[in-house]
Design a protein around this ligand. Structure first.
Ligand SMILES: *Cc1c(COP(=O)(O)O)cnc(C)c1O
Length: 241
């Protein structure tokens, strides 16, 4: 490694330690075990080298929000034991190449997409773990099922034999700061609790994927089991583009 890479590696180790400390503190405040919060390192802002350094620092769950970036990074990090999470909007024509790479798809945001995932997963003869993305803030620019829309769809989703629904995912409103984020996260948790009462047995809703760099502590306090953190892990490093 060059001196520059060594500096980057050290910075990433420090950032990761700091994020983990914050996770532990937030979990403690909520009376939860930090081990029930899975940290996903979002690498979309950085080159594969920095993503590699993050894995070497000990974080093997990585997330990407654009299919082409996922494919590229997965290829370049193929020698590492990465568990890939796809977290962005997935067009149906990108499903075929994405499924063999992504262990989790957090952003299942329409029935048509779920249908395409089912079709490709059937061809691959494997099942795919997904989270249903919910547009909890009602922001028209956001993808996701409406909170009112999802319950009547669950029986139909449950018939997709190659899809395992593990939970719900959301992003908090961009505006409004951490109190607004807290409301959105609490609303996702409440929705999950409500859906569970009438949920088909094929669908489990144990996972709540919510919280990013600016709001993951609040998300943990409100029950997040998966947090998707990018910029906080790469602070102090030059952006790639
Ligand atoms: C980019 C992104 C993140 C991470 O965002 P940061 O604020 O950099 O932590 C999390 N989730 C999704 C869906 C994203 O697109």
């Amino acid at each position: 490694m060059t001196i520059r890479d060594e500096h980057a590696a050290e910075q990433i180790r420090q950032n990761l330690a700091q994020v983990r400390e914050k996770i532990a503190a937030a979990a403690a405040r909520a009376g939860r075990a930090a081990s029930n919060v899975r940290l996903i390192g979002v690498t979309k802002y950085v080159e594969p080298l920095l993503a590699r350094l993050l894995v070497e620092a000990g974080l093997t769950d990585l997330g990407e929000s654009r299919p082409q970036e996922l494919w590229r990074k997965a290829e370049q990090l193929a020698d590492l034991p990465v568990v890939w999470h796809f977290i962005g909007h997935l067009q149906r024509n990108k499903v075929q190449r994405t499924l063999p790479i992504a262990t989790y798809i957090h952003s299942a945001d329409s029935l048509r997409l779920l249908g395409e995932i089912e079709r490709e997963a059937t061809v691959l003869n494997r099942s795919t773990s997904v989270l249903l993305e919910i547009n909890i803030s009602g922001d028209t620019a956001k993808h996701g099922f409406g909170p009112q829309e999802i319950e009547p769809l669950l029986p139909q989703i449950a018939t997709l034999a190659h899809i395992r629904v593990l939970g719900l995912m959301t992003m908090a409103a961009l505006e409004g700061g951490s109190e607004r984020a807290r409301r959105d996260f609490a609303a996702l948790r409440d929705l999950r609790d409500r859906l569970k009462e009438n949920c088909p047995p094929e669908i489990t809703l144990g996972e709540l994927s919510m919280g990013m760099s600016d709001d993951f502590e609040v998300a943990i306090e409100e029950g997040a089991t998966m947090i998707r953190v990018g910029s906080a892990l790469f602070e102090g490093l030059a952006p790639s583009s």
